[in-house]
Design a binder for this molecule. Structure first.
Ligand SMILES: Cc1cc2nc3c(=O)[nH]c(=O)nc-3n(C[C@H](O)[C@H](O)[C@H](O)COP(=O)(O)OP(=O)(O)OC[C@H]3O[C@@H](n4cnc5c(N)ncnc54)[C@H](O)[C@@H]3O)c2cc1C
Length: 474
């Protein structure tokens, strides 16, 4: 249990940060005390907004001496309540949004040093202006910050080729729980000094350190991009198509998403100005994206592969976007699934992964297990098949009171999903993290050996448990 901050601590923090960096005004803090999904609501003793690494370090030293807890926050676009303080009003919300400088972009080195509060979309634009690209993107790019993306080891739609955030982080600067600064920004190709603190901080959800800056890998800006919307019969066929494309044009293959017809139908029903790319109806769709140096080469390769897949009856039909605008329209269908789902009514979301080859059978078997246990329930799976990660959503029976059904059966339905995922050696959180949403189920279902190691790391680095208490592990 953390202590309520004393008036002396509040005064010291106010004096340190000045009016731009310190507020305890309820109205100013309010938007940042509820998570993006609106599921978690917290309170804070004050919101602290440092403008430099030195200020973060000074805040942490003062809080550590006083035993006060800190909840780091970037863009507050996280999906698991990780950046929302508890309701006690004793914790400090540490907003990193004022640390928003891009310290350097090395056109020749291919590395950029970026402060934690830089918004992903702004970083994309800055890299592009140098003829470079940061190859990680996601639906929340207009809000998500580099610190949040590192701390959740975010994924997105280009993981297939470029990996998750961890693969793109070449160095980290962070403030540790005693206020000391870990200076690890140098992009060393080789470094065998034991445990890799950089990797430990990626995905730590603010429980081990406050990321103040990261050194990030860049790739050359893609000269050409091709997007195809493909109709097919099943996730099994989608996996075969993925293997075919990977074998033939794997170097250019950036994204491979699957969408069931139920999700497309919901998008077309609820999201204005959307239209189906194909004339006929198909049970499933794949959204494929290639990026490369030469548009003609991409066209030739993609057309040849899709023609071969049609001949083999692996796919039913396909449309290749004829312009950037049309490509954006295809992606909008995929990115609007959550919005359409909200309009359809309540659902439980599971962001899970299993080995890629097992995903088609997981999708079919789990829908059956759910239907056998909870008659009338509907299971939807969509997303990053290429990464073995789908968003597996459970919707209450059509004729039920959705909210009441979820209150009565939601937890049991989630446990069924997660138990199946673990049977297959998968993960109950593929990209969103654990936060407060999955903390208890992680403690219940994860292996004792792994949990003991997580607790050991946490207790070693943050023995007073002042960094983001109650998140990830209790
Ligand atoms: C529409 C939409 C689509 C999304 N799509 C995807 C997707 O495809 N893939 C995906 O992975 N995620 C996705 N997300 C989730 C979200 O964007 C990511 O989790 C993102 O990394 C969160 O960044 P943030 O700056 O908003 O972090 P926040 O929500 O503010 O914080 C997230 C976690 O990181 C910690 N944290 C934040 N900043 C720091 C810091 N500087 N130091 C230490 N800890 C810190 C917080 O304490 C919290 O635990 C999506 C979100 C939205 C709204």
């Amino acid at each position: 249990m953390t202590r309520a901050p004393s008036p002396e601590l509040l005064s010291a923090l106010e004096a340190l940060l000045g009016p731009k960096g310190f507020t305890d005004d309820a109205d100013t803090m309010a938007p940042w005390l509820t998570d993006w999904r609106g599921k978690y609501h917290g309170a804070a003793a004050a919101m602290l907004s440092p403008a430099s690494t030195d200020e973060v370090s000074a805040i942490v030293r003062l809080c550590a001496e006083a035993g006060a807890a800190i909840v780091p926050q970037g863009g507050n676009s996280g999906m698991v309540g990780g950046a929302t303080p508890d309701v006690s009003g004793t914790q400090f919300l540490l907003s990193m949004r004022r640390m928003n400088k891009i310290r350097s972009i090395g056109r020749d080195s291919g590395f950029a040093v970026v402060e934690a509060g830089v918004i992903l979309e702004h970083f994309h634009e800055a890299a592009l202006a140098q003829g470079l690209r940061f190859p990680l993107t996601l639906g929340g790019k207009g809000s998500a910050t580099i610190g949040g993306l590192v701390s959740t080891n975010a994924g997105g739609t280009q993981v297939l080729r470029h990996g998750t955030m961890r693969a793109l982080v070449a160095g980290i600067e962070a403030v540790l729980p005693d206020g000391s600064v870990f200076h690890g920004l140098a992009p060393l190709k080789k470094d065998n000094r034991g445990y890799d603190l950089r990797h430990l901080l990626c995905g730590a959800e603010g429980t081990l350190g406050i990321i103040t800056a990261a050194c990030l890998r860049l790739v050359p800006a893609a000269a050409a991009r091709r997007t195809a919307w493909i109709g097919l019969k099943s996730p099994d066929d989608a996996l075969l198509l993925l293997r075919q494309l990977d074998g033939a044009i794997g170097r250019e293959l950036e994204g491979f998403e699957i969408v069931p017809h139920t999700c497309l139908d919901a998008v077309l029903r609820h999201v204005p100005q959307t239209r189906a790319p194909l004339g006929d109806h198909h049970p499933w769709y794949a959204l494929v994206e290639l990026a490369g140096d030469n548009g003609d080469t991409l066209d030739t390769a993609l057309q040849a592969e899709l023609a071969a897949a049609l001949d083999a009856q692996l796919i039913g039909d396909a449309a290749i976007a004829k312009s950037d605008r049309e490509s954006e329209d295809f992606w909008r269908l995929r990115d609007s699934i959550s919005e359409a789902e909200r309009a359809e009514g309540p659902a439980i979301q599971h962001d899970i992964s299993v080995p890629v080859d097992l995903m088609p059978s997981f999708i079919a078997d789990n829908a059956k297990r759910l239907a056998d246990t909870f008659p009338g329930v509907r299971a939807l799976s969509f997303g990053h098949l290429g990464d073995g990660n789908v968003h597996h959503h459970v919707q209450p029976p059509i004729d039920s009171d959705g909210a009441a059904w979820l209150a009565a059966h939601g937890q049991a339905a989630s446990r069924l999903v997660y138990t199946h995922v673990i049977e297959l050696g998968g993960s109950i959180s593929a990209e969103h993290g654990i936060g407060q949403m999955k903390r208890d189920i992680l403690a219940e279902l994860d292996s004792p050996a792994r949990l003991a190691a997580l607790y050991g790391v946490k207790n070693g680095l943050d023995p007073k448990r002042l960094f983001n208490p109650g998140k990830l592990i209790a």
